[in-house]
Unconditional design. Structure first.
Length: 254
């Protein structure tokens, strides 16, 4: 059986070191504590920093644990459990709305679809579980951007990719829309990723009120919208489903 990979073992040791004792450590402190050459320690720290597991204070130059590691640590909720808790509510939402339902979670620089309920009609549809959707131009993505700082960090500074003439490509415009999403509690997207398609999404939280995913409906603009706006009854259905899933995960306060 092959032995442990040295670079990974050293990276794990650095993370454990930063997790205990002093909150921030300099390069020399990390290297001496683990008996590493400065060049080796710096290379590992830089890689961890690029992955979001470590952050460097711009003034002192010292290192501390990063937001991505914090997010992973707080994600005690397994994706399979999230999906299992959402199954009944997602099916109910599809029946009530007559539209496709997606359940998504933040993954790297996009939204990973972990559950997909087909639109309840006889049209041919393709299962999209495991596919990725953009953060900045989908209802699922905008909900996560509005509530999850890690998602916002993945967005970068732009300009963002344009999929249709309606896609928002300015980070400032996205931030302004996220403020509106937090104020009203839901997101909508009309033809920003796919022409002719509109979607409505809402946040799913766990018992600690952490954002763990989002649920949305997606369908033809003429069905989801009326007079240029998404239908209020569909918004209510999506929000009710998100609340129900969150309650099943232990988030009791709404």
């Amino acid at each position: 059986m092959p032995g442990p990979i040295q670079s990974l073992s050293r990276a794990a040791a650095i993370l454990r070191l930063l997790a205990g004792g002093e909150r921030r450590l300099g390069l020399s402190e990390v290297a001496s504590s683990l008996d590493l050459a400065k060049g080796t320690a710096h290379g590992i720290l830089r890689t961890l920093q690029l992955e979001g597991f470590v952050e460097q204070d711009p003034e002192s130059g010292k290192y501390q644990l990063g937001a991505e590691l914090l997010r992973l640590g707080q994600s005690y909720l397994d994706v399979h459990e999230l999906r299992a808790r959402a199954l009944v509510w997602a099916d109910d939402l599809a029946r009530a709305s007559g539209e496709t339902v997606y359940l998504g979670v933040l993954h790297q620089h996009g939204v990973l679809i972990v559950h997909h309920v087909f639109r309840p009609d006889d049209t041919r549809q393709v299962l999209e579980v495991g596919s990725m959707q953009p953060l900045h131009s989908t209802a699922l993505g905008k909900v996560l951007l509005a509530y999850d700082p890690v998602a916002r960090g993945q967005l970068g500074e732009g300009p963002l990719e344009s999929f249709t003439p309606r896609t928002l490509t300015s980070v400032d415009d996205i931030d302004a829309e996220c403020a509106l999403i937090r104020e009203r509690g839901w997101a909508d997207v009309i033809e920003e990723t796919w022409e002719g398609v509109a979607s409505i999404g809402a946040l799913i939280q766990d018992r600690r009120r952490n954002p763990v995913g989002a649920v949305c409906i997606s369908g033809a603009v003429e069905r989801v919208c009326e007079d240029g706006f998404v239908r209020p009854q569909l918004v209510a259905s999506v929000r009710d489903a998100a609340r129900a899933i969150s309650r099943d995960l232990g988030a009791n306060r709404f």
